[in-house]
Design a protein around this ligand. Structure first.
Ligand code: ADP
Ligand code: MG
Length: 571
């Protein structure tokens, strides 16, 4: 239903845009004043430019204050190619577009690898350098610029002396095409990825988004369209000079035209965006939802025999996994892993095996290095030393998105939602790992939301969720990538005892569906009955490993973590 309302809202947007474009197309019938017509042409051009700028800076969040450079490249390429080589402006505009895309990629390449404000500063610097370059470029007329001789009207040469109307219709078409491109992008994998990157790049990477490539693509598409706009401008005024097409003010204008508008997805008005929901989506619900799995396994009904059957299913799967491999092999192997932060050793010689189909508890005091170990397994940070292999393959040198593609998913101790995206869109970002169709991604996301008890919140903005809901959303997002291994970093922190029980049930159900789980959790009452084995970290080292019953009796564990209170009660 929500999928259909999403589609119809998008169709309504398209119909509105076509109507607006048609109405604007009729304007010259009433507006005969040439001056005002010229103003209309420029207004439409700015509309197209602001759409182009928005692709990089609005959707992707990479603020550019140097778009005048791409505009100038388009204008200069078009006019130079025509005046010096007789190349028709249509080809000139395209050529300018490609040159601008290349320059944008060259600016982005070093900057997108760094975090921080390098990119925005680089765009200003490069644009100023470009301005200085053309100011001193005699071949291109230096400060005098370039003028194209206009002789009569010609569509081939895109020159019109008598009437400005062809320019008007071209500018209208350009604005419409730029709008259409963003409309298409908005509901495409790239569009969701860009918005995710903008909201939280680290979370996006954990869901398989290659952030760097995503930013590069946005920069190139944006620069291309901007350069076409520049070529058009050159043709329209038939004269360009460095100041008129490449000045900083021009870059600012583009940013201001669009930057004020915070991007918010316009779709989903029919859904539960308001705050009137009672929080009735619960983990318990999912146990009753049969056959709606995102994998082929069917859920078993809850009941007394539930746990026993779950364990049985788990054993069968584990057995099958072993039989397939011939020997008892680990899904994940961590070997002698050390992670240093300057003088601090956060992980020291950690070796862990995670077996297919098990739930492994990772426990230890704050600062023991649990999250650091998760980051190493998920590919966020390369370990100082040691190797990690997954399904027998060495993955130490792979980044987070590649590991997600292989089947490693994770949640974050400090939640990292895509705040300006709706709940279902958050999950779609994960679903796009396995499909490029947004329809399929949406369907999959809705199934996962159903499964995780968030279906009622599907259209809420992530920023409207309660903290426990946000934790569930992280689990849903991770599940949508269809992981083989799921890392849960304190996913039940901040839950009430009742919510935590539902969380435990969810973890069991996930494992039943064939997903191996490693979980960090502090509340022993939650974690010990749930896990098959536990590994205890202290000061970065593994100090104990084994069955929960043995772990809670281990002297080192009691001293380092559980404390005397636990010993007293246990006895
Ligand atoms: P845990 O998750 O077990 O509570 P962490 O893995 O978060 O512990 O942290 C282990 C140690 O590493 C802590 O002393 C922490 O301050 C340090 N640490 C973690 N991440 C970084 C980092 N990016 N830079 C420097 N020190 C870090
Ligand atoms: Mg931690």
């Amino acid at each position: 239903m929500a999928g259909a309302s999403h589609d119809s809202a998008r169709r309504a947007n398209l119909v509105t845009a076509v109507c607006v474009a048609a109405a604007v197309a009729c304007l010259p019938l009433v507006v005969k004043d040439v001056y005002i017509q010229n103003m209309l042409v420029l207004t439409l051009m700015y509309a197209a430019l602001s759409q182009s700028w928005n692709i990089l800076s609005g959707y992707c969040g990479q603020i550019s204050l140097g778009h005048a450079l791409y505009f100038g490249i388009g204008a200069y390429a078009t006019l130079l190619l025509f005046t010096k080589f007789g190349v028709l402006p249509w080809f000139g505009m395209i050529a300018g577009g490609f040159v601008a895309a290349l320059v944008a990629a060259a600016v982005g390449y070093p900057c997108f690898r760094l975090k921080g404000h390098y990119f925005v500063i680089a765009t200003i610097v490069i644009a100023e350098a470009g301005l200085l370059l053309v100011l001193n470029w005699d071949y291109a007329g230096a400060a005098m610029g370039i003028e194209i001789p206009v002789r009569g009207d010609s569509w081939a040469k895109f020159q019109f002396a008598r009437s400005k109307l062809p320019y008007f219709y071209f500018a209208l078409a350009l604005a419409f095409v730029a709008w259409l491109v963003t409309w298409r992008i908005e509901d495409s994998r790239w569009g969701y990825w860009w918005r995710a990157v903008k909201d939280n790049a680290e979370a996006a990477e954990s869901l398989g988004v290659v952030v760097f490539r995503s930013k590069m693509a946005a920069a190139a598409v944006s620069a291309f369209l901007t350069a076409v706009g520049g070529g058009f401008y050159g043709q329209f005024v038939s004269y360009i000079d460095p100041e008129s097409v490449m000045s900083f003010q021009f870059s600012l204008l583009m940013a201001l035209a669009r930057g004020a508008r915070r991007h918010r997805h316009p779709v989903g008005a029919g859904g539960g965006r308001g705050h009137s929901h009672s929080d009735h989506g619960s983990y318990a619900l999912l146990c009753r939802r049969h056959g709606q799995g995102f994998r082929s396994h069917r859920l078993r009904p809850p009941g007394d025999g539930h746990r026993a059957r779950a364990a049985g299913g788990h054993r069968r799967r584990a057995h099958r996994a072993q039989a397939g491999a011939g020997v008892m092999s680990a899904l994940l192997e961590v070997r002698d892993l050390t992670q240093r932060f300057g003088g601090l050793v956060a992980n020291a010689d950690v070796s862990i095996d995670v077996r297919a189909g098990e739930i492994l508890g990772l426990i230890g005091p704050n600062g023991a290095g649990k999250s650091t170990l998760f980051n190493a397994i998920a590919g966020v940070r390369k370990p100082t030393q040691g190797r990690i292999s997954f399904e027998g393959r060495d993955v130490t040198d792979l980044g987070a998105p590649e590991r997600c593609a292989l089947g490693i998913a994770r949640t974050f101790q400090v939640v990292k939602s895509f705040e300006t995206m709706s709940v279902v869109e958050n999950v779609m970002v994960g679903a796009f790992q396995r499909t490029s169709s947004s329809r399929e991604a949406r369907e999959k996301a809705r199934k996962v939301l159903d499964f995780t008890g968030l279906a009622a919140r599907e259209n809420a903005m992530a920023q409207e969720l309660t903290p426990p809901e946000k934790r569930r959303l992280e689990v849903a997002r991770a599940l949508a990538t269809e992981p083989k291994l799921l890392l849960l970093d304190e996913a039940m922190t901040g839950l009430t005892p009742a919510e935590a029980r539902q969380g435990v049930e969810l973890v069991r159900t996930i494992r039943e569906r064939g997903v191996t789980i490693v979980m960090v959790e502090h509340v022993m009452e939650i974690v010990m009955p749930l896990v098959d084995r536990a590994v205890v970290l202290d000061l970065g080292r593994v100090i104990a490993e084994g069955k929960p019953a043995d772990i809670v009796r281990d002297e080192r564990v009691i001293t380092a973590y559980l404390g005397e209170r636990h010993r007293a009660r246990d006895a």
